[in-house]
Design a protein around this ligand. Structure first.
Ligand code: FNR
Length: 375
């Protein structure tokens, strides 16, 4: 019998993974308040999802108070947060697993009620996203027009990413994933629907990619390229993103990242919309086929995978590993269920964001599974 392509070892930067089923980063908004501190409940959640030689990527984590865009997201800028994360990394390592911290700044996907001193959110340009956002009290309010960042603030931002990466190391993480996806600050700089700058961070593709690459390079200097991954979402429209020439932009970004000897590139397939449970959009471009060959290094593909498509993308060498989101929420032992073809538990969307242990740490392991689902 052929070996299962998902369950063969993989060298990923400094790590030797035992399998290729990665837990995708997922915001769950359950840090302890005040202070946005990871606590015992979060350590239990990640510990439940750890597996021998498997990689987890944390929920997106605020690099500064200004980076915050949602209630209850954890940070990585205070001593309490570092201590809280240390308990998380210890719980994962105790099971022989690995864990990267996804470090982010939300940019314009915030609200003044969530910002230090009630200031306006910052962005590459004063262009508001369309639609609504949840404010600090939980009310739906229209997005505000963000304030365009000054050039000197951009240099500070790069330093903030570096500090967060060093803090991640201190907290025992195996590496960091720079969040360049899903319409948050680094993605807002990349795309010309949100970036209207006329300085060296706007205009040409090279200029728009400058901030992402400066952040990546500075983080590499701080913790080593084999501990750094990058996440991108080419053509993704979440958070009102658009670009007039996605192909040239994403090819350029992938080819630049290819020169940096990263631990991995992690790309979200544009077909996936995790805000609904509708079938994937089969007509969307196939990012894995395009970017794996440009990037050449270790490539993680995510978005709308089921067992069969995940095995195929690895078997066809269009990806080296597959990250799963929603199935990991409701199946704490997801890699093992995938390996054995066991029944899967369906997720409860109502408990994705915020709340307590319900819909978080109370999904039963294998023997308690009931309803069958996608994978
Ligand atoms: C996400 N996703 C996500 N992505 C990211 O880069 N950082 C994040 O913090 C989050 N947060 C988040 C929360 C929740 C509840 C969901 C369901 C998703 C996107 C996620 O990583 C993944 O790309 C999508 O879920 C698609 O993969 P699946 O769910 O189809 O396997």
């Amino acid at each position: 019998m052929q070996p299962d392509p998902l369950f063969t070892p993989l060298k990923l930067g400094a790590l030797e993974l035992k399998h290729r089923v990665v837990m995708a980063p997922m915001t769950r908004m359950r840090s302890a308040q005040p202070g946005h501190v990871p606590h015992a409940l979060n350590a239990e959640y990640y510990g439940q999802r750890a597996s021998e030689g498997g990689l987890l990527i944390t929920e997106a984590t605020d690099i500064t108070p200004q980076a915050q865009g949602y209630r209850g997201t954890p940070g990585l800028y205070s001593a309490e947060q570092i201590a809280g994360w240390r308990a998380v990394t210890e719980a994962v390592h105790a099971k022989g697993g690995f864990i990267f911290s996804q470090i982010w700044h939300v940019g314009r996907i915030s609200h003044s009620s969530l910002q230090p001193d009630g200031a306006l959110p910052v962005a590459p340009s004063a262009v508001p996203p369309s639609g609504d956002h949840t404010d600090a009290s939980g009310k739906q309010v229209p997005f505000e027009t963000p304030r365009a960042m000054e050039e000197k603030e951009i240099a500070e931002l790069v330093r903030d990413f570096v500090t967060a990466a060093r803090n991640a190391q201190e907290a025992g993480f195996d590496g960091v994933e720079v969040h360049g996806a899903n319409g948050y600050l680094l993605d807002q700089f990349l795309r010309n629907g949100s970036n209207k700058r006329t300085d060296r961070y706007g205009g040409s593709i090279e200029n728009r990619a400058r901030l992402l690459l400066e952040v990546v390079d500075a983080v590499i200097v701080a913790i080593g390229s084999d501990r750094v991954g990058v996440r991108l979402s080419p053509w993704g429209t979440f958070n009102d993103m658009s670009d007039s020439d996605g192909e040239t932009l994403w090819d350029y970004v992938a080819s630049e990242l290819a020169t940096r000897d990263l631990a991995y590139l992690h790309v979200v397939e544009p077909r996936a919309d995790f805000t609904t449970d509708l079938p994937v959009d089969a007509s969307a471009p196939d990012a894995a086929s395009r970017f794996k060959s440009i990037f050449k290094g270790t490539y993680i593909s995510a978005g709308g995978y089921v067992a069969e498509t995940a095995r195929a993308v690895v078997a066809d060498a269009r990806a080296d590993a597959v990250a799963f989101g929603r199935p990991f929420i409701s199946n704490p032992d997801f890699p093992e269920r995938l390996r054995t073809g066991a029944t899967m538990t369906w997720h409860d969307r109502a408990t994705f964001y915020g709340g307590d242990h319900r819909g978080y740490t109370d999904y039963a392991p294998l023997e308690g599974a009931s309803q069958s689902c996608v994978a």
